[in-house]
Design a protein around this ligand. Structure first.
Ligand SMILES: Nc1ncnc2c1ncn2[C@@H]1O[C@H](COP(=O)(O)OP(=O)(O)O)[C@@H](O)[C@H]1O
Ligand SMILES: Cc1ncc(COP(=O)(O)OP(=O)(O)O)c(N)n1
Length: 269
């Protein structure tokens, strides 16, 4: 039987050190037991010290990747990562409307946790207008939630307000990821607002490590994979939070500065 196995697509940039981007997404898909595919939107030259160069893909090439994948595969869910600029967002939004790609997990990648910009400032409005309304699950980190909503997030109530604004923009379900830049904090708490307007928080212990590159990618890729496996949205998000915490806790010693999360961690789904 063809096309019965869960098939998931990442629409993302390549990060050559494997910590983030489509390499991290594909590792995550494999760990989650789904078949992974990728539409390459850009490529960055990066390592554990940062990102040093970036190259967007031509839009015709992005279109072609969508065309050839969708004429052959039955995609059950997809996620986005680095989208670089307005024309890339427009191309992805157009293709998402044109093809059946299943539920969309939109990771609104704007800036890495080390300060490298991955989305041009003048593309924020296009992201809001063209892609957020199509998102089944939107997963902004603290900085992205502040940027997209203008809300200064200092508490769970603020995170809920930001999530409500993002839902008003059209995202069905929103996960606002909490801050984790204070070595004294004991927990990292994310806020989830579901389509039915119920909300809950997810707290896990704060792990004091420099090996946290690619946390957001692992989380959003895992949510997309679980959705493709027909897990409910709430359970997909809970599962992803557990998996990312395990992958941060079991440090993999590669890279000299800010290493990757450990996609190889022992973890059962
Ligand atoms: N040091 C940490 N300890 C525990 N959990 C963390 C830590 N850093 C990130 N996380 C978790 O990883 C997930 C991804 O969040 P985040 O790192 O903010 O995303 P992004 O990579 O998009 O910036 C969230 O669930 C967050 O709570
Ligand atoms: C190509 C590419 N590079 C870096 C990222 C950022 O990954 P993310 O997991 O969102 O953020 P960090 O945890 O690495 O700061 C990306 N999405 N794509």
């Amino acid at each position: 039987m063809v096309n019965q196995f869960p098939q998931v697509l990442t629409i993302a940039g390549s990060d050559c050190d494997g910590s983030a981007g489509l390499q991290a997404d594909m590792n995550t898909f494999q760990r989650c037991g789904v078949y992974g595919m990728s539409v390459l939107t850009a490529a960055v030259a990066g390592n554990s010290y940062g990102i040093f160069a970036s190259q967007p893909m031509p839009t015709e090439f992005i279109d072609k990747q969508f065309a050839v994948l969708t004429e052959d595969f039955q995609i059950n869910a997809c996620k986005t990562g680095m989208l670089t600029d307005t024309r890339t967002i427009e191309t992805v939004a157009k293709n998402y409307q044109k093809h059946d790609l299943g539920p969309l997990v939109l990771d609104p990648v704007i800036i890495t946790k080390h300060g490298d910009m991955l989305l041009e400032e003048d593309a924020f409005e296009t992201l809001k207008e063209k892609l957020i309304p199509q998102a089944t699950v939107l997963t902004p980190n603290y900085y992205e939630a502040v940027k997209l909503t203008g809300i200064q997030i200092e508490s769970t109530t603020d995170a809920l307000k930001a999530a409500q604004i993002l839902q008003e923009m059209g995202a069905k379900n929103v996960m606002v990821k909490g801050k984790h830049n204070d070595k004294q904090q004991t927990k990292v708490t994310d806020l989830v607002l579901l389509e039915d307007k119920t909300s809950f928080t997810l707290s896990e212990p704060f792990i004091n490590t420099t090996h946290i590159n690619g946390t957001g990618d692992l989380l959003s890729a895992c949510i997309a994979a679980e959705i493709a496996k027909k897990t409910s949205i709430a359970d997909a998000i809970k599962q992803a939070k557990k998996f990312v915490t395990a992958a941060i806790a079991d440090q993999l010693d590669v890279g000299h500065k800010y290493g990757p999360v450990n996609h190889l961690v022992k973890y059962s789904f």
